[in-house]
Ligand binder design. Structure first.
Ligand SMILES: [Zn+2]
Length: 335
């Protein structure tokens, strides 16, 4: 299974390294040896490595599974030496051997050989497992709640879901369309998810000449309420309909989706809301026969997705979540 993310510049600006990763980065640079490789546009040299942690998303693996995954990466990355280590079985923070813990993803950045600015032109991602105590510490640094998922997934499966999410956000074909609907970890979570659907489905608004209406919301796995600490970190895929028109009057009807993150720290006064980068839209009506009109329609569709990401999601979605903190705390208290 070719489960890897191999992206070219411009696709994932969200991967700009975070300040929190500075301490880990130096360490990481030494961890991945021999991953430089040749491409059609030149030799790519490994630059910095950024570590991402998904606090509380529990995964487990075995030595045999790790060996299979490493072999997969060695093959799919292409041009890497037989000796390349993918570090799948060690914790990114303390380097200890690990077979279970919190899911993480390392992003390895590459720049073109000879580029003095070392501008990243490509990023490759591989899965990691953070030991529980290291994940806990990192989540605190990141000021993110660490809500442990109810079930522990196989690392390979969690990785496949991650790759599918990325592909979906970029409008690419999904490797394996098998993503089961996320299941709430507890009653408080189930109540909050229902509350979100109630608040958002059907919500509508306009930005400039584009009208939006939310058609469905799907919480992603791990979007649970920590009832004990009164905290949550919900990642919600919001699907919407966008309608607009060409300057020449032809209507343009698009369907899109993007992920928003909604989180509350223990004792937090407000819910932090953000639109995650990525997201895409597609033409939702029959394509016009005229090639030129179609071309302009598709550009409008792209524009609608951009408007949604920049302003629409905040105007349509966030505006309706004023009561989310109180609702979540009420559900947590009833747990
Ligand atoms: Zn560790």
């Amino acid at each position: 299974m070719a489960a890897l993310v191999d992206q070219v510049k411009g696709k994932r600006q969200q991967l700009a390294p975070s300040a929190e990763s500075l301490d880990l980065r130096a360490m990481a640079a030494a961890q991945y040896a021999n991953t430089d490789h040749d491409t059609d546009y030149g030799r790519l040299i490994q630059g910095q490595v950024d570590h991402t942690l998904f606090p509380g998303r529990r995964v487990r693996t075995t030595a045999a599974d790790l060996e299979t995954m490493a072999a997969d990466f060695r093959e799919n990355f292409g041009g890497v030496a037989e000796t390349t280590r993918f570090l799948l079985g060690t914790c990114p923070a303390c380097q200890r051997d690990v077979t279970h813990g919190d899911f993480g993803v390392d992003h390895i950045f590459y720049y073109l050989e000879g580029d003095e600015d070392k501008k990243p032109v490509k990023v490759r991602s591989i899965p990691r497992i953070w030991r529980g105590p290291c994940a806990e510490k990192r989540a605190k640094q990141m000021r993110k709640p660490r809500v442990k998922s109810r079930t522990e997934k196989a690392l390979a499966d969690e990785w496949t879901s991650f790759v599918n999410d990325v592909n979906r956000e970029q409008g690419h074909a999904v490797v394996e369309e098998e993503e089961a609907a996320a299941t709430p970890a507890n009653a408080a979570t189930a109540s909050l998810w229902a509350w979100l659907a109630e608040a958002l489905v059907g919500a509508a608004g306009a930005e400039g000449k584009v009208s939006f209406e939310v058609t469905r919301v799907d919480p992603l796995a791990g979007s649970d309420v920590d009832a004990r600490r009164g905290a949550f970190a919900v990642r919600l895929r919001v699907s919407y309909r966008a309608t607009t028109a060409l300057v020449t009057g032809e209507p343009v009807d698009a369907a899109g989706s993007s992920v928003v993150s909604l989180s509350l720290e223990p004792g937090g006064a407000a819910v932090a809301m953000a639109t995650e980068p990525g997201g895409a839209a597609a033409l939702a009506s029959a394509p016009p026969a005229d090639g030129d009109v179609l071309d302009r329609c598709l550009r409008k569709v792209d524009l609608a997705a951009k408007v949604w990401a920049k302003k629409g999601a905040a105007a349509v979605v966030f505006a309706r979540l004023g009561g989310m903190r109180e609702a979540a705390l009420r559900f947590a208290a009833a747990e």
